[in-house]
Design a protein around this ligand. Sequence first.
Ligand SMILES: [Zn+2]
Ligand SMILES: [Zn+2]
Length: 383
Amino acid sequence: MHHYGQYAPPRPHRAHRGHHPTGRFCPRCSYPLYHQPAKAVWIDHCWRCGGSFVEPDEVADAIGEHADPTKWQARAFARPATPSRLACPSGHGRMVSYHLCHEGKEVEIDGCLVCRGLFLDSRKARTLAAITSAVHDEMAMPGAAKGPLGVMAMYLLQVTTLMPSKVHAPLKRKTVLVPIAIALMTVIFAFEMLLAISDQLDAFLRSFAFVPRDFARGKSLLSVATYSLLHGGVAHLLGNMYTLYVFGENIEDTLGGARAAVLYWASAIAGGLLYFVLNAKSSTPLVGASGAIAGLMGAYLVLLPRVKLWLVIFFVPVKIRVYWYMGVWFLLQFVLMMDPKSRIAWEAHVGGFIAGAALAFVLRRRETPEMPPSMRRPGRSAV
Ligand SMILES: [Zn+2]
Ligand SMILES: [Zn+2]
């Protein structure tokens, strides 16, 4: 009986008409491998089982910077390499089988010890890229992408401010709202400084900062939202913008711009309203994006609780999960509450945080897993 009789190989798909056979054969199913573009390079692709053979100099370009086997971290391996059943398509004999895993993601890959090429079954490229870059980021210090100076700058920033940086939380798409928001609030702060020079800042704050006593009398009702665009000093602005940068992008990426904007403004208003309820007679103007940003932090706790953060505590860099960070941060607000002299509006933090966490439950969407185009296959066949 002919070897292919029971499988009936699919006809070449339109997308690879003109792509040429490589002269190599699939180690999984012995169907000819075809040249197939993957990002910037060409890989050897099997249209039958969806497997791909990627040569070592193509791995970084086709799959991801850290997917290159020479850069795999020892921590990524679930077990030592074992002999594989598959032979290298370039004729170097049996390959070895690697089992990589990280945080519940796992993947088995075959590699040739002679030519260092990798054979990946259908749809494995994205998992391989995810695992290898996550483990790489975990081992690298914050700022490492910018070299030793970057590491030093991040260490100094974190040791002096106690601000966190993310260990590994890659974006699926580019975000626009976070940089726009940072630019906008910086411009508004510069405008406030100009008004201060010409003694017009008080009038401006009466209209746009949140003053509970005025709000109670029905004056400048919109100030319950606009207060979050203003800041009271350079440190206040920088601290808030840094926190917005750390947590905002993942929220915009996960929810989408429109939902993230709704969550942001609702948190700002919730923070303002809780401040109002507890300080209705106060004439102290409230300013700052902290309430809105606390909403992003609440959403982060709901949407990405297992992301790890780098912190420098007593000069020692540590990695902690987002749920620990957010939990301690939230409890700290009640310590602030005890201190009557504190000028930090813990009410706005608490109101924003709770609103953001609650809205994240409502607004989150179920992600459908998508395949990279290069790994999509025209026909299905049981192998
Ligand atoms: Zn195959
Ligand atoms: Zn080989």
